[in-house]
Design a protein around this ligand. Structure first.
Ligand code: NAD
Length: 441
């Protein structure tokens, strides 16, 4: 989908007008294409504090074919290892490294900072310095322009092997619309995977796959090698079949709120596929009204689809044998579940509930070598947003650090990354795909 304003802002006359009036100039985002290198140029790597991850970083970057030779030109990424900070004074080294390096960053560049979680610190001063990275990275995200992003990885001691998958994600075009996000890693066994088809041989269920974001998720998971079981309501049967046929997947007509929905899904997976590796809870509905005008039907239907069905299906997965070892669950939440939204008390409550569910289940999933995470999309350009009044749509799309709406594929890429075998060290996290929205940031 084209962004008329971004195209205008980069045209000859548009460049002059937007610069003179100080209007936003959204960058063209670098998005993933199979076969492209992880980064279109070198990465500049530096450290502040002890720099415990030096060897890990150099191994990951070498493996990914990323050059770390700094020729003084424009780097495609700036990576700071800020592990081992003992107090605020150590942060000066972070500033000294980042300021000149970020100044040289090329468009659609990446800033990734790695630090220790504040919760593990052995002194308040160390905790303060570690937490300071959060404010630092979020602010860099807000200062960057031209489609560049800044993200933060908190790496506990012993979780070094977990770094490769999220670091590659944040550097790649897969994370185009993920900005200003902290992700805390955990210790896990990291299996090998094929980097071109990381989901090869996996069976993945995607609910709400007949259109919109769900259809994009199904396509990206299939591109990455998965056999996709595309689920949607019978009324969406034709478009569901079209999506499944296009990607060589299976269509399953199922209303996920039906009393026997979880049992029917599991029976299908056992009989037809011998199990399931990935479940993406994407199906969702809105029934907006101000709280004071909201009837019980609106409240109940949103809770049933957006939250209760996710709980019931996940519970059933854990009780039987169908969910394979190393399985992945990714639940779609929303920015509304973090920031709240006028007219969406039901929707925001359901989407905040999804976050509570994911966090509560993460330890039990870790015990099985599995993970459960949430993604929270912000303003994503879909047929639904195309129907919004012009002014509302433009304001919604621009109120983020990347000054544009995201695409369904941006949500899909993030979900596909969390579904990878090598993402075993990312568990119980909420990753916003919102271009660092100003709402609830
Ligand atoms: P959409 O309405 O285009 O698609 C949702 C799909 O879910 C539809 O195909 C629908 O038939 C299906 N569905 C609804 N109820 C179902 C049920 N009971 N059983 C099975 N399938 C059912 O929505 P979308 O914009 O693609 O959103 C996908 C997800 O992303 C939703 O969870 C939504 O809340 C979330 N989200 C979207 C945005 C956005 O900007 N579009 C932002 C934040 C979060």
């Amino acid at each position: 989908m084209s962004d008329w304003y971004r195209d205008f802002a980069h045209s000859g006359i548009g460049t002059t007008i937007t610069k003179q009036l100080g209007l936003p100039r959204p960058g063209v985002l670098r998005r993933y294409e199979p076969g492209q290198p992880l980064l279109p140029g070198p990465a500049v790597v530096g450290s502040a504090g002890e720099g415990r991850l030096r060897e890990t970083l150099s191994a990951v970057l070498k493996d990914a074919g990323v050059s770390t030779d700094d020729d003084g030109g424009k780097p495609a990424a700036v990576i700071l290892d800020a592990t081992g900070l003992t107090g605020p004074a150590d942060l000066a080294a972070a500033h000294d490294f980042l300021a000149p390096a970020v100044k040289r960053l090329r468009p659609s560049g990446r800033v990734v900072v790695l630090g220790d979680p504040a919760s593990d610190a052995d002194s308040p001063a160390a905790a303060a310095a570690r937490q300071a990275l959060d404010g630092l990275v979020r602010s860099i995200g807000k200062e960057l322009r031209d489609g560049s992003t800044a993200n933060l990885l908190y790496v506990p001691a012993g979780a070094e092997a977990s770094v490769a998958s999220p670091l590659r994600f944040f550097l790649s075009g897969r994370s185009a619309y993920v900005d200003g996000q902290p992700v805390t890693l955990s210790t896990a066994e990291i299996p090998d995977q094929d980097d071109v088809r990381p989901l090869d041989g996996k069976v993945a269920v995607v609910t709400g796959a007949a259109r919109g974001i769900g259809a994009a998720i199904a396509k990206v998971m299939a591109r990455d090698g998965a056999h996709v079981v595309a689920v949607d309501i019978p009324a969406a049967g034709q478009s569901l079949a079209d999506v499944a046929n296009e990607i060589g997947g299976t269509a399953l007509q199922l209303d996920i709120t039906a009393p026997d929905a979880a049992q029917r899904l599991i029976a299908h997976l056992e009989e037809r596929h011998g199990g399931v590796d990935v479940v993406v809870h994407n199906a969702g509905i809105t029934r907006d009204k101000l709280l004071v005008n909201m009837d019980a039907a609106r409240w109940n239907s949103v809770m049933a689809v957006n939250l209760q069905a996710q709980l019931d299906i996940t519970q059933a997965l854990l009780e039987g044998d169908v969910f394979k070892p190393g399985g992945r669950v990714v639940a779609v939440s929303s920015q509304s579940g973090i920031a709240g939204n006028r007219g969406q008390t039901n929707y925001a409550a359901s989407k905040a509930g999804v976050i509570g569910m994911v966090r509560a289940w993460a330890p039990a999933f870790a015990e099985r070598g599995a993970t459960i995470n949430a993604v929270a999309p912000g303003f994503i350009v879909t047929e639904m947003t195309a129907q919004m009044p012009f002014g509302t749509r433009e304001v919604g799309a621009r109120l983020n650090s990347l000054q544009q709406g995201g695409l369904p594929v941006d949500v899909a890429e993030t979900i596909a990354w969390l579904s990878q075998p090598a993402s075993a060290g990312v568990n119980g996290q909420v990753v916003r795909v919102c271009g660092q929205s100003l709402l609830g940031a």
